[in-house]
Write a protein that binds this ligand. Structure first.
Ligand SMILES: Nc1nc2c(c(=O)[nH]1)N[C@H]1C(S)=C(S)[C@@H](COP(=O)(O)O)O[C@H]1N2
Ligand SMILES: [Mo]
Length: 290
């Protein structure tokens, strides 16, 4: 995308809060310390698969919409800002068992989970710009899935972009609140979280909320990207790296998550009444209570 570039090394990474629990420095992968109901941006978990892209010229940045659409279109920032703005409080969480190539879970703290107030345009409105109507299951040219393609260079994609898709029926459903977001907690999205534009898919694993969005493809089948086909899938315990069958359905559902946030793991308590606070996240990803 003109105006946005993907560095090949980690020399131009943004600065990060020292309280983050770091799993990996390059690419940067960190979990939040315990905080509040709405996770402050600096504490929000960060999950990158390559160096963080740099936007040099925001006016030139655009997202191309193509493939099975009758009228391919380039969407500039100003076009997206013209659409009605929606503000959605949604939980984002990593797939519950993200693993590295050795099959080890990358987890040091509670979990890579956070709740933020995302601001942006609704995908259902964006798709209407290419004449795909709300509540469509299939576009006129036979598109059934919406693929999001980023600009960053991911190791798993052999230095190519991150790709994921969601069904067209979800993207065109205004009530699903799928966003093309430019704000997080009332501030302009920062570099780690996808500046200038990212997707937010409430209630679906974080991997589908593609950051540093470069293009949107309307396609007949699910995205063939690594993160859809060769990662982020749920298997029963009998499956191991030798007998794994990758042809199963990509994981979309939000794993139910709950945690006790206070007391802390090592608190001593006196006999009697104690207050305990915690959180749980539900299927739709829009509620996250304490
Ligand atoms: N372009 C791009 N989008 C991406 C990723 C990435 O590495 N590159 N990581 C995904 C994963 S696995 C998760 S869990 C979320 C994390 O979003 P966050 O870093 O804003 O918390 O972004 C998703 N979108
Ligand atoms: Mo993730």
């Amino acid at each position: 995308m003109p105006g946005l570039r993907a560095p090949t090394d980690y020399s131009q990474e943004p600065s990060r809060h020292p309280a983050l629990l770091v799993n990996s420095k390059e690419p940067f992968n960190a979990e939040p310390p315990r905080s509040s109901y709405v996770t402050p941006v600096e504490f929000f978990y960060k999950r990158n698969h390559g160096p963080v892209p740099i936007a040099d010229d925001i006016e030139k940045c655009n997202v191309s919409m193509r493939c099975l659409v009758e009228n391919p279109k380039k969407l500039y920032m100003k076009d997206i800002l013209k659409l009605p703005k929606y503000v959605v409080t949604a939980t984002l969480q990593e797939d519950c068992h993200e693993q590295n190539s050795k099959g080890e879970r990358s987890r040091v703290g509670h979990s890579a989970i956070g709740n933020a107030v995302w601001g942006g345009a609704r995908f259902a409105d964006v798709l209407e710009l290419v004449r795909i109507l709300n509540f469509s299951h299939i576009s006129q040219s036979g598109g059934k899935h919406v693929e999001f393609v980023s600009i960053d260079r991911c190791k798993e994609e052999n230095e190519g972009p991150c790709k994921s898709s969601i069904p067209l029926s979800m993207a065109t459903n205004p009530e699903a609140d799928v966003l093309i977001a430019y704000e997080m907690n009332g501030e302009t999205l920062n570099r780690d979280h996808g500046y200038p534009l990212r997707v937010i898919v409430p209630g679906v694993i974080g991997a589908r909320s593609v950051k540093w969005l470069d293009s949107i493809n309307i396609i007949a089948q699910e995205s063939q990207g690594f993160f859809m086909q060769k990662d982020y899938k749920m298997f029963p315990p009998s499956v191991d790296w030798d007998n794994i069958d990758w042809s199963t359905r990509p994981q979309m559902d939000f794993p139910v998550q709950s945690a006790i946030c206070s007391l802390d793991d090592r608190n001593n308590v006196k006999p009697g009444k104690v207050d305990i606070a915690g959180m749980s996240s539900l299927k739709m990803g829009k509620s996250f209570g304490t």
